[in-house]
Write a protein that binds this ligand. Structure first.
Ligand code: UGA
Length: 429
């Protein structure tokens, strides 16, 4: 099958490369010439395990191409994925102008039957807008279908999530498009749920809203744990063993970040609002997430007293491990608050420091966790990178000015930390 993937952002690039890996011919399109030049050499613009290798080998075997020529890519393909960005506007609503632009270009290049698939996260019923644009310019009345095939890729695990998904959602209007898209995914042995387009569009927003809600829920339980001496890890384990609830996404911490959950939650609230429903539940989820970062800063203040001129060492900046993505990373808000209280910040992250430097040029960046600890009044962990779990904690203790560790992701064992002689504070335990 011939696929055009319009947009080589995180979603488009991973999906395009993986479609090539499972045997399809894929042309990935982007208007950024420099990016396409690099991609043709196998250089990817972000850190994602396994992806670069897949891109290089599929360029070599001829199944994967990168181009700026959107017109040719559309003409040569029978399935066109729209995977362009949908950035949030100030109101929280999604900006769909890139999607509409692509729909227009598709309409000018319809030379035979094509299925046009929404891959970007869009408000429910966006497909109607795409159809309106295409119908307006489709002078020769060439047959086409629009479909929705939302993605559930997690950054840092995107290749595995593509190849072994829990489910594949395919929303179509008729059997022809449904058959084609089911065939496309045939090499992947996961359940496919065929739906109408509206439901497929909604499944994406509902999934991310539910995940956000699960995280905010467990974060509120962590507050109750702190007030009662219960342990959040045990409580989460006890809840999660109930199969109706499930154990994933019950890690309490400093709140969720990233380019998806915060943005999708806000846009879902807006979508509901426009439909006439005041989504108070999701508003509270977002509020709890913001408050969790403030609670963490208050915890630091409680241990250290006045933060004026205190040297704080931060471990982990990316919004989660295994990515260099800093978008909506909790570290940004937390560091901003700490600086406002007069603290001096040193930080280290295994992969996100270049991106972090652009957003926070005015903090000190270190080469490793030990330099962060050196002469700091406290070590503060914000992102749970694997390498932090294996730190030489006795060495860390000697380097710190005071033996204080404040762990925003509960990666260390409280008893062990106490034994080493740390004043160890964490979340809900
Ligand atoms: C999320 C969804 O998990 C994907 O299914 C979806 O495809 C993607 O958004 C998207 O819409 O494109 P992602 O943003 O990569 O994926 O990150 P997650 O793994 O969901 O983590 C989001 C945030 O929640 C991170 O800051 C993480 O630290 C936090 N989190 C996650 C917790 O605080 N606790 C948990 O138990 C799990």
């Amino acid at each position: 099958m011939k696929i055009a993937m319009i947009g080589t952002g995180y979603v488009g690039l991973t999906s395009g490369a993986c479609f090539a890996l499972i045997g399809h011919n894929v042309i990935c399109v982007d208007k950024d010439e420099h990016k396409i030049h690099n991609l043709n050499k196998g250089k990817i613009p972000f850190f994602e395990p396994k992806l670069s290798q897949i891109i290089k080998s599929n360029i070599k075997n001829g199944r994967l191409q990168f181009t700026n020529d959107i017109n040719q890519a559309i003409k040569q393909s029978n399935i066109i994925f729209i995977a362009v960005g949908t950035p949030p506007k100030a109101s929280g609503e999604l900006d769909l102008s890139d999607i509409k632009d692509v729909a227009r270009v598709i309409s000018f290049n319809l030379n035979n039957y094509k299925v046009i698939v929404e891959k970007s996260t869009v408000p429910v019923r966006t497909y109607e807008k795409i159809k309106m644009i295409i119908d307006k310019n489709n002078k020769h009345k060439i047959k086409y279908d629009v479909a929705s095939n939302p993605e559930f890729l997690r950054e840092g695990n995107a290749v595995n999530d593509f190849l072994y998904p829990d489910r594949i959602i395919i929303g179509t209007e008729n059997k022809r498009a449904q058959k084609l898209l089911n065939k496309l995914y045939q090499p992947i042995k996961s359940p496919i749920l065929n739906t109408d387009i509206e439901s497929a569009e909604l499944i994406k927003h509902a999934s991310n809203a539910f995940l956000s809600m699960k995280i905010s829920f467990i974060n509120t339980i962590s507050i109750i744990c702190e007030l009662t001496n219960a342990s959040i890890k045990k409580v989460a384990q006890g809840i999660g063993l109930d199969r109706r609830i499930g154990s994933d996404f019950l890690n309490a911490g400093v709140g969720y970040g990233g380019s998806c959950l915060p943005k999708d939650l806000q846009s879902f609230i807006q979508i509901a609002d426009k439909l006439g429903y005041d989504y108070k539940l999701l508003k509270e989820v977002a509020y709890i997430n913001q408050a969790q970062k403030e609670r963490f800063v208050n915890k630091i203040k409680k241990v250290l007293g006045r933060l004026q001129e205190k040297q704080l060492g931060i471990l982990g900046l990316s919004f989660k491990p295994n990515t260099d993505d800093m978008r909506f990373a909790p570290s940004i808000d937390i560091i901003k608050m700490l600086k406002k209280h007069g603290a001096k910040i040193k930080a280290y992250d295994p992969h996100a420091m270049n991106n972090a430097q652009r957003i926070m040029p005015d903090i000190e960046y270190c080469q490793n966790p030990y330099d962060v600890a050196k002469a700091s009044d406290a070590l503060i962990l914000i992102t749970e990178w694997k390498e932090f779990r294996n730190l030489n904690l006795s060495k860390i203790k000697k380097l710190l000015k005071k033996p204080i560790v404040i762990d925003g992701r509960n990666i260390f064992e409280p008893n062990k930390m106490k034994q080493i002689g740390f004043n160890y504070q964490s979340i809900g335990q």
